[in-house]
Design a protein around this ligand. Sequence first.
Ligand SMILES: Cc1cc2nc3c(=O)[nH]c(=O)nc-3n(C[C@H](O)[C@H](O)[C@H](O)COP(=O)(O)OP(=O)(O)OC[C@H]3O[C@@H](n4cnc5c(N)ncnc54)[C@H](O)[C@@H]3O)c2cc1C
Length: 286
Amino acid sequence: MRGFAFVSPTSLAEASSILANDEGEARPFAGGTGLMLMMKTGVFSPTRLVSLRETEVAHRSITVTADGGVRIGAVCSLTQIEHDPQVLACAPVIGRTMKTLANVRVRNVARIGGTLAHGDPHMDMPPVLASLRAHVVTSGAAAREVAIEDLYAGYYETVLQPGELITAVVVPGQAGWRSVYLKCTTRSADDWPALGVAVSLRIESGVVADARVVISAACEKLTRVAEAEALLKGASADLANFTKAGEAAAAVVETVEDARGSAAYKSELVKVYVRRALSQASEGTV
Ligand SMILES: Cc1cc2nc3c(=O)[nH]c(=O)nc-3n(C[C@H](O)[C@H](O)[C@H](O)COP(=O)(O)OP(=O)(O)OC[C@H]3O[C@@H](n4cnc5c(N)ncnc54)[C@H](O)[C@@H]3O)c2cc1C
C-alpha cells in the first residue's frame, strides 16, 4: 500500500475544501473499515486521508426532528445509532438491522456517512434507510438533499461530486408505518447476502395506504421497486397481494450472477423474500 498523509480538520468546511482542492489524491476517512480494504487491494491510492472524526460535534449527534423523525450526523458510529433511544423509538428496524451488520468491532468504528458513501450494493443500511424514506444532506456550496434511493449511480458508485461530503442522514417520522428488513445469505450466515429486501407499509383499515419496496445485493445497485409499490397501494393487505407484489418485483429487478447465486436464482429469492417481508410487516408491531 502506498504511503499517505493523514489530516484531521476540525470543521467539515475545511475538510470539504481540502478534498475539493486535492481532487483524485485525497479521500475522506470516516471509520476506515471500507476505505482501508480498498487501499490495501490497490483500488484507491490516495496520498492524503482527510479524517472527519474531529469535525463539529453536530456531525456526531442525533436529534429528533419536528415530525418525530431523527437527524443523524454523518460521523455517528453505527454502535451509537444501534443504541440510541431516539432512533429506536422512531425506527426500530434500524436497531434490529444493526445486530446483523458485520460485528461489534466494525460497528464501533464505522460511521453512517462512510456506510452510505461506500456504495457496496450488499450493505444493509442503504436499503433500510431507503425504505424509511430517508435522505442524506451534503456539504459544500451546492449543498443538497439526496434521497437514499437516488444516491447510487452504479456498483460502488454514488452521485456525490468531488469534495461533496455527506453531513447527515434524515429519517422522517414513521407514525403509521411498519418496516422489515430481511437478508438471505447463501453460503455462511455471516457472509455478504445474495439478497436484501427492505419494505415499509402503511396500512389503514386492512388496506395498504402506502408502501416502499427496496431490493439490494441481488442487483448492481440498490433498487426501489415502483411496480410492486403501485400494485400494493390501495390493495387489501393480504397474502394474495403480497405474493403478486413479490412476483412483480421478481419480474422487473435486474438481478446479477455472482458467487452467491445465478441471476435466475436471485429472482426467485426476490419473489419469495418480498412476499415474506410484506407479510411480516403487515402482521406485527414492527
Ligand atoms: C469485516 C467486515 C464485515 C462487514 N460486514 C458488513 C455487513 O454485514 N453489512 C454491511 O452493511 N456492511 C458490512 N461491512 C462494511 C462496513 O459496513 C463498511 O465498511 C462501513 O460501513 C464503512 O463505514 P466507514 O465509516 O468505515 O467508512 P470508510 O471506510 O471511512 O469510508 C468508506 C467510503 O466512503 C467515503 N466517505 C466516508 N465518509 C464520507 C462522508 N461523510 N461523505 C462522503 N464520503 C465519505 C470514503 O472516502 C470511502 O470511499 C463490513 C466490513 C468489514 C470490514
